[in-house]
Design a protein around this ligand. Structure first.
Ligand code: NIG
Ligand code: FE
Length: 411
């Protein structure tokens, strides 16, 4: 593999810093190098510094002159529902006519309609659709995503989705971290208690033995899984070695933040309806909040999570797309940066920290990705702008110039 010398970034946004997720004021410290550069060897970052210094060490490296553009670590999208069949255009149109997410689900749309299509699709079809979406992520500057199952809701269909994720990770440059979300909804053919038993007794052990997922997630919400069912499933998952993420307080405040803290979850996601008490509970166990403003926006709601209070409480906030066909049809982390700043009052620097290094730690990969530091993977993106704040400021179009994964051009 050829050594690369990346030169003349107007801002090389390194996010170098302590080897842990960033909290409080640290979220505003991006460790920017002006006229910065990097030497990349064997797909890893070897030296980071001023262009002049990198130039001196470049030897016969292939030079990539970024021409005064901004360079950033690849975005790490810590919450997506990547693998599904079809779309939810009808739901979208119904919402435009004023129907709510819950009303549409009750009328036969919602998660269940995607489950029916996903069950009917074979592995090859799912893989083809997911590859198209994987290319979209790369195009927007994202190099690693977490991906959840959850549109199968039977043993075979959940396994099918998780196998598609494994193949995507192997066959595309996008890095995939798999999460099992069997408890996304109760399938129509089973009673709630029967399905909870199926998840615990059959799905979790099978997925653990085939090593198809690192995390276990649950949709803890009125009409989906209540606190007691969530506790049972997540406790069983912990015993099998899964780490935990959970959809909490998206539509109603169910006390899920306390449960996430009690079980030592790695992340609690959504949190649109979480109050001060819930924030304090998350802090007591240092659970990382994963905020998903794309789903608030796309559902036409205004109830964004309380990002400022979470940052002030010392939580290591993460932002992600929640890419899925129902509530958040976007792969664009730049769009999420814009929403984080305009709707949740995060600063551009805080939003970038939440979309890179903090997200990497929430996926247990803080030692490998999320910042531009020697020894880490050479996952980075070059943007057609001069100031990192432009990424959150201009919205609705792509400023991505090029994207690299492990030192290889991926877009
Ligand atoms: O994160 N809330 C549950 N899951 C998704 C929505 C899934 C869907 O509507 O298909 C979410 O918003
Ligand atoms: Fe989600």
């Amino acid at each position: 593999m050829k050594t690369l010398a990346i030169l003349h970034a107007s801002q090389l946004v390194t996010l170098a810093g302590p080897k842990r997720p960033r909290v409080g004021k640290e979220m505003s410290e991006l460790a920017i190098i002006r006229d910065g550069g990097m030497l990349i060897r064997d797909g890893k970052i070897d030296i980071v510094g001023a262009s002049k210094e990198i130039g001196k060490n470049a030897g016969d490296a292939e030079v990539i002159d970024t021409g005064g553009r901004v360079v950033l670590p690849g975005f790490v999208d810590a919450h997506t529902h990547l693998v599904f069949a079809g779309n939810r255009l009808d739901d979208f149109e119904h919402r435009a006519h004023g129907e709510s997410y819950e009303q549409i689900a009750a009328a036969g749309g919602g998660i269940w309609s995607t489950v029916e299509k996903t069950r009917a699709a074979n592995e090859a079809d799912l893989l083809a659709q997911a590859k198209k979406h994987a290319a979209w992520f790369l195009k927007c500057g994202t190099t690693t995503i977490e991906a959840k199952s959850g549109y199968g809701l039977s043993v075979e269909d959940e396994l099918k989705i998780l196998r598609v994720m494994r193949r995507l990770d192997q066959e595309t440059p996008l890095e995939i971290v798999p999460t099992f979300l069997g408890a996304h909804a109760v399938p129509r053919e089973l009673r709630e208690s029967e399905y909870v038993d199926l998840v615990i007794n059959e799905m979790l052990p099978r997925i653990a033995s085939e090593k198809l997922a690192e995390f276990c997630d649950i949709f803890c919400e009125r009409g989906y899984f209540d606190i007691e069912q969530s506790r049972r499933i997540l406790t069983a998952a912990t015993k099998l070695g899964f780490k935990l993420r959970a959809h909490i307080d998206q539509l109603t405040n169910s006390g899920g933040a306390k449960l996430a803290a009690e079980l030592g979850a790695t992340t609690a996601d959504h949190l649109e309806k979480t109050d001060q008490e819930g924030i304090a509970a998350l802090k007591s166990a240092n659970v990382q909040p994963v905020l998903l403003p794309g789903s608030v926006y796309a559902l036409g709601s205004t109830s964004y999570p309380r990002a400022r209070e979470m940052i002030d409480a010392g939580l290591a906030v993460v932002i992600a797309t929640d890419f899925n066909p129902g509530s958040s049809p976007t792969v664009s982390m730049p769009m999420i940066l814009s929403l984080a700043c305009t709707q949740m009052k995060m600063s551009p620097a805080e939003a970038i920290t939440a979309a890179t290094v903090n997200a990497a730690y929430s996926l247990n990969r803080g030692d490998k990705i999320g910042s531009l530091e020697p020894g880490k993977r050479a996952n980075f993106s070059i943007f057609d702008c001069e100031d990192y704040r432009e990424l959150a400021y201009w919205f609705g179009f792509s400023q991505v110039h090029s994207v690299y994964v492990r030192g290889k051009r991926a877009h």
